[in-house]
Design a protein around this ligand. Structure first.
Ligand code: C2E
Ligand code: CA
Ligand code: CA
Length: 599
């Protein structure tokens, strides 16, 4: 009995305050009993107290003797271990729990007995689906074992782990876990491990799917993409979702050399792209999607995981630039190109506020040498870059959406000029042609924006001409015609720019409310020494005649050009022969020296 008490004393830190009080009372009773009452009486009182105490312990508690037979269980232990006292007392613990033999419980309990030391550990016992924290205390009589059920804590830990390291939507590793693994993988490379690869995967059309089919459907797509990516790689590779529609595949142990790894990465990227050929099943409806993939290899020379991710991101950017649904490997000159482009993008974003855009105007001349109007051509005057060509920045503006505010600035500026020209007889007849990009025209608010500008500036809409390109007409021809008709009704004119370079069929031409075709400058330039170009120029003119459309030739640089095109029946011209595009002040000077249709 004293042994039991002393063993209690040894475990005192394991009890809460209340239990310590009980234990102290037990010790007191023992002393009291031994001194004042008979031994038997004392022992019986003590046994009762002891039992009460053991029962009151909030943990499960068992004792086994040195032959591993149960000598005691409290009621919590009966419940937790599914061991009715009357069934197991006196039986062998390892016969009761055969699955535990040789496992952690077995080894630790033996250690406690053999080395006469306390052991404590956490372990999962699968047959009972039980996570327990164990403390076991050896004594001459055997082993006293406490079990605390830590299932709730383990679940909370798992939950926290999941929140911290896994993406809730797809259950894939999240950015943080990916960074940990990538950092680790790069560390191993430096210690002589194999090189690896990062594939940066971005969906091409996720935003529009999300916008048109709703966020819940978008979420379903993201989940299915996660599954396809996972099935394209080995179980040992990492597929992570690092944000919106961006995923990363981390490849380790795919080859000894950079080339081997690159080859394997290429195969996997191809597999991923191919896996997107099948539509996704989104709530019973098929949904097509494509992705762009950037690939970066890392090896013992790699500086940091940020570096690898940035390279893969840049390569992905490049894959997008080559037309999407594609993959691209990182290379240093790509980096140089893309860094330039990113810088351009960022400068372009502030250019509007900083009023760095300037509108130039190129005169358009008719067969009598009279000016009929101008084409407005935007310039970007950046203090560091100088005058940037629209050929360089318009595509970037289109990709980034900046074309919308820029396009409306151009339109408003042109209308302001028209309004001031309306005050003078000579300039009152002049038109301004404004270039409209596809994303601008297809924007749902485009018609409204034009109406607003017309209303707010008070411009005569008959003097405003919109230049559209053939490529703009490829998608949604009937929607396009509808929009054009609304604007046409207000008096706005349309010219079809770069005509002849497009690949669209001519069958829709008569359905478009056009007033002009604009022969692309390449045909004018080449007409004199390339029969094909001359034939196309002729055909465009014939087509214009047949459809009763005015035809203007652009890029008229020489009198030879002019002579050729005039002989073919073209009556309107634009090009360096007459004037380069000019800033407003110079244009007004030009006008003052020129004849217009009116004066
Ligand atoms: P575009 O609409 O085909 O404009 C004609 C381009 O040819 C202009 O180049 C003009 O300066 C140039 N050009 C005019 N005459 C001659 C000539 O005799 N010889 C040669 N070699 N070139 C001539 P620019 O101003 O650099 O504009 C390039 C393109 O940028 C335009 O092609 C147009 O597609 C786009 N762009 C310009 N301004 C705007 C704008 O405000 N909005 C939109 N969306 N695009 C614009
Ligand atoms: Ca144009
Ligand atoms: Ca053109």
């Amino acid at each position: 009995m004293v042994a039991v008490i002393s063993f209690y004393a040894a475990t005192i830190d394991f009890f809460d305050d209340e239990q310590v009080v009980l234990l102290n009372k037990l010790a007191d009773d023992l002393a009291f009993g031994l001194n004042f009452i008979g031994q038997a009486e004392a022992e019986s009182r003590l046994a009762k107290r002891l039992t009460n105490t053991l029962e009151s312990i909030t943990d499960a508690f068992i004792m086994v003797d040195r032959d591993w037979n149960f000598t005691y269980l409290n009621s919590d232990a009966e419940r937790m271990l599914f061991c009715p006292r009357n069934e197991v007392l006196g039986t062998n613990i390892w016969e009761r729990f055969p699955e535990a033999v040789d496992g952690k419980f077995y080894q630790e309990y033996h250690k406690a007995i053999e080395q006469n030391c306390t052991v404590s550990f956490e372990e999962y016992y699968a047959p009972l689906d039980l996570w327990v924290e164990i403390r076991a205390y050896p004594s001459d009589e055997g082993l006293a074992i406490y079990f605390a059920d830590i299932g709730a804590r383990k679940a909370a830990e798992a939950e926290i782990n999941a929140l911290a390291f896994y993406d809730k939507l797809t259950s894939l590793p999240n950015r943080q876990l990916l960074l940990n693994r990538l950092d680790h993988a790069i560390g191993l490379c430096k210690l002589g491990d194999q090189p690896g690869a990062v594939l940066f995967i971005d969906l091409d059309n996720f935003k529009s799917i999300n916008d048109t089919r709703g966020h819940d459907k978008g979420d379903l797509l993201l989940q299915q993409v996660a599954k396809r990516l996972t099935s394209a790689v080995r179980a040992t590779d990492t597929v992570a979702r690092i944000g919106g529609d961006e995923y990363i595949i981390l490849l380790e142990n795919h080859g000894r050399t950079n080339d081997e790894v690159a080859l394997s990465a290429k195969d996997i990227a191809e597999k991923v792209i191919e896996s997107f050929h099948e539509p996704f099943d989104i709530a019973g409806e098929p949904q097509y999607s494509t992705c762009s993939i950037g690939i970066a290899i890392f090896d013992d020379q790699t500086v940091s995981f940020e570096d690898v991710l940035k390279r893969a991101d840049l390569a992905m950017y490049q894959a997008k630039a080559t037309g999407r649904n594609a993959m691209s490997f990182f290379s240093p000159d790509m980096q140089a190109r893309i860094i330039k482009r990113v810088a351009l993008e960022s400068d372009l974003r502030t250019a509007l506020q900083l009023e760095e855009f300037v509108l130039y105007y190129q005169p358009q001349i008719n067969i009598d040498g009279r000016m009929s109007g101008v084409e407005a051509l935007v310039r970007w005057n950046n203090p560091v870059r100088g005058l940037v060509s629209p050929l360089e920045f318009i595509p970037v503006a289109e990709d980034t959406g900046l074309i919308l505010p820029l396009g409306s600035w151009v339109m408003r500026t042109a209308c302001d000029v028209l309004v001031s020209w309306a005050k003078h007889v000579k300039t009152e007849v002049l038109t301004i042609a404004v270039n409209v990009s596809a994303p601008q025209f297809h924007h749902p608010d485009f018609v409204q924006q034009v109406l607003t500008v017309v209303e707010e500036t008070g411009v005569n809409p008959n003097r405003l001409k919109l230049e559209l390109t053939e490529s703009l007409l490829v998608n949604d021809i009937s929607g396009t015609i509808q929009k054009m008709n609304v604007l046409k009704k207000m008096g706005i004119q349309f010219s079809l720019d770069d005509f002849g370079t497009g690949y669209s069929s001519l069958s829709y031409l008569h359905r478009l409310p056009l007033s002009q075709l604009k022969i692309d400058q390449s045909f004018i330039r080449d007409a004199l020494n390339d029969e094909n170009a001359a034939v196309i120029a002729r055909t465009v003119l014939a087509l214009g005649k047949a459809l009763n459309l005015n035809v203007i030739a652009e890029g008229v640089e020489t009198t030879d050009h002019l002579e050729f095109i005039r002989k073919e029946g073209c009556t309107e011209y634009q090009g360096y022969l007459f004037s380069k595009p000019l800033p407003l002040i110079e244009l007004e000077e030009y006008i003052s020296n020129a004849k217009t249709l009116r004066q």
